[in-house]
Write a protein that binds this ligand. Structure first.
Ligand code: R5P
Length: 302
């Protein structure tokens, strides 16, 4: 076993501790200070020469600042002559801008990938990227680790505990873009898939118009998505599903951004169960269950 040193910014402190304890590794310390004009100075606060480094860095909330801090950290580690760097970005900021949706838009996600690839690292892993096409932006490669196995175990347990008949459970893809994710879960749970038609009149404004296929009458609907941000997608999906006779709506997503009073809206929309991963650190809450991705990270460490 290598002698790893695990670094993280404050967004992933808990996840880094869980990982370090599974690896019997030490946690590295980052020194992040600001100059009077707001510029950052980021460096390792411990000796890293000849060490095998693991960096955990979700680029969440002001993703551009987090990205820049990460680039400075990577530069500082390389200049200090580390042996290797394995970079894990559990939540990849800007990943939702992976194509042009409206006239004159940039493909921000591709811009971020190009910037990130100017840094030196040996391996890059992210989790449940918004769309599989994003992988193509990374010329040096990115591993897109799916979280399906965590959700599979969670929902099999849920179905058992709630004495549900598996034939009365469906997995719902809240839009066409989320189809591949729903497919992964459908394969594991061996249930039917329902696809919804989602339109956006502007960013962060979702509306579900109709079911593309199937029937949800009397069914427990597991809506599976990559991100819960404002909650608009889930609220609108659950409205439609209940209107069409669903018995219950459950929500699962890898990344919990939870902006704009999202949780209140989800509870008001009668979403019976909410489960997310710790790609973004969550405050403990009785309404949200959190699945730990550190066992998944372990699988990708060389
Ligand atoms: C968009 O296509 C994503 O897959 C999510 O559905 C979306 O980002 C969720 O955002 P919100 O919770 O604001 O609807």
């Amino acid at each position: 076993m290598k002698d790893y040193l695990v670094f993280s910014f404050k967004e992933n402190k808990l996840l880094a501790s869980l990982l370090a304890s599974s690896l019997h590794a030490k946690l590295g310390r980052i020194s992040l200070t600001h100059f009077s004009d707001g510029e950052m100075l980021v460096k390792s606060a411990v000796n890293v020469k000849d060490k095998d480094i693991i960096v955990i860095a979700s680029t969440f909330k002001k993703a551009h600042e987090k990205l820049f801090a990460l680039l400075l950290l990577l530069d500082s580690l390389n200049r200090a002559q580390v042996k290797s760097i394995q970079l894990f970005i559990p939540y990849f900021g800007y990943s939702r801008q992976e194509r042009v949706s409206w006239t004159n838009e940039p493909i921000s996600c591709e811009v971020v990938s190009k910037i990130l690839e100017t840094a030196q690292y040996d391996k890059l892993v992210s989790f449940d990227l918004h769309h599989p096409d994003i992988e193509k932006f990374f010329k040096r490669g990115i591993v897109n680790a799916m979280t399906t196995e965590l959700f599979k175990d969670y929902y099999l347990n849920y179905i058992r505990e709630h004495h549900l008949n598996i034939n009365d459970v469906v997995v719902v893809s809240p839009d066409h873009g989320a189809n591949h994710r729903a497919d992964c879960l459908v394969k594991e749970l061996k249930v039917h898939k329902i696809i919804l038609d989602k339109v956006r009149s502007r960013p962060n404004q979702a509306e579900h118009l109709q079911l593309i296929n199937g029937d949800v009458k009397g069914k427990t609907c597991i809506v599976i998505d990559d991100i819960i941000d404002t909650g608009g997608t889930l609220v609108s999906a659950s409205k439609l599903l209940y209107k069409l006779g669903a018995k219950a709506v459950l929500a699962g997503a890898s990344h919990a951004v939870f902006s704009n009073n999202c949780l209140k809206k989800l509870l008001r929309a009668k979403i019976n169960d909410i489960v997310v991963c710790n790609t973004i650190e969550q405050r403990p809450s009785k309404y949200v269950k959190v699945l730990d991705i550190s066992p998944l990270i372990l699988k990708y460490i060389d």
